[in-house]
Design a protein around this ligand. Sequence first.
Ligand code: GDP
Ligand code: ZN
Length: 359
Amino acid sequence: MTLADLGWTDALAAAFAPHAGPGREPARVTLQLKGFWEVTTAGTARLADCSGRFLNTTTAIADMPAVGDWVVIEPLPGRDDRALIHAVLPRRTRFSRKAAGEQNIEQVVAANVDTVFLVSSLDANFSLRRIERYLAAARASGAQPVVVLNKADLTDEADARRAEVEAVAPGVPVVVTSAARRAGVKPLRAWLKPRTTVAFLGSSGVGKSTLINELVGEELLATQEVRDVDGKGRHTTTLRELVVAPGGVLIIDTPGMRELQPWQADGAVEDVFADLRELTLRCRFTDCSHTTEPGCAVRAAEADGALDAARWRSYQRLLREAAFEERRTDRRASQKGKTAWKKATKALRQRVQEKRGED
Ligand code: GDP
Ligand code: ZN
C-alpha cells in the first residue's frame, strides 16, 4: 500500500511541505479513540498522541484530528507502533456535530470525505424532511451527496418518492436500491473509485451495512479489527473507522458519522432552500412575515399550488433552529466555551503525562 492508496494527492503534498523535516511523515487518521488516534502511513498503522502543540494552545476542538484527516506525525524512536501528531493538514471537506455538553462547539466527526451516501429507507420511516437535513449537512461539509433510497422492495411508491426527492435536491443523484435483494446497487459503483473517500449517513436500520457489504464485500468488516489499541496489554477489539476496501475505495464508517446530528453551519439551511429564500425576496415588504401582508409572494405561491407547504414549514423550522443556535453561540461561546476547552485541555494534558510516566 502506498500513500496514494490512502488518498494522498499533490495538493496534500504541497500542504505538507512546510512541515517536512527529519522524522516527520504524513499519515491518515484511521481510527479515533478517547484522546488518542490510530494513524496509518504507507507501511504501518501506529497509535498516536497529539503533541504539546495541541495541548497548550488555544486550538479549537474542531481543529483536533478526526477520522479521515491527514496529519503530520513523528514516529517515536525505538517504538515502531507509536507516534506523535504535530499538525493537521487543511481539510478539503468536513462533517461536524455539536461537541458533547451544552455549548455549541463544533466537533469534526469525519474529514476529507469526497462522496457521502445519504441513505433512507422506503418504508414507514421515510421522511423528506430528514433527507433535507442530510442534504444541508452534506452541503455544509463540502462532500458530494448521493441520495440512496433503499428497501424499494417494501413499497409501490418508489418512483413517486424518487421524484419528491429530486424536487427538493436539484442536481443531486438519487439511486433507488433493494440492497438486501442485491437489486439496484450497481449505479452506486460509479462513485466508488479507487483512492477516493466515501461515507454513509443515515438512521439506524435503513440498510447501510447491507449496502456496504453488497458493494465491497463481507470481508471488509472482518478485516478491519485493531487489537490491543489501548497499548496497556488489555485485550480490546475496535473496528478501524477508515478502511481501504477491495477495489481501492476508502470507506469511512464511524458511529458519529452514521447518526450525525449535524452541527448547524452558517448558510447550510439557506443553500438547500435557496429557491424559497428567492421567493421571499419577491414579497412586497422586505420584513414580510408571510402571514397577512399584502403582496406576499409566499402566500401567493401557496395559493396557486407552486409552493409545497410542508417544505415551507421545514424551511421555517430550520431557520428558527439556526437562529437559536447562533444566539446561543454568541452568548456562551466567548465565556463558557473557553472554560470547557480549558477543562478538556487540562484532562488531556494530565492523561498524556500519566502515559509518559508509564512508558
Ligand atoms: P444499518 O443500521 O443502516 O447498517 O442497517 P442494516 O444494513 O443493518 O439493515 C437493517 C435491516 O434492514 C437488516 O435486517 C437488513 O437485512 C434489512 N435490509 C437492508 N436492505 C434491505 C432492503 O433493500 N430491503 C429490505 N426489505 N430489507 C433490507
Ligand atoms: Zn411574504
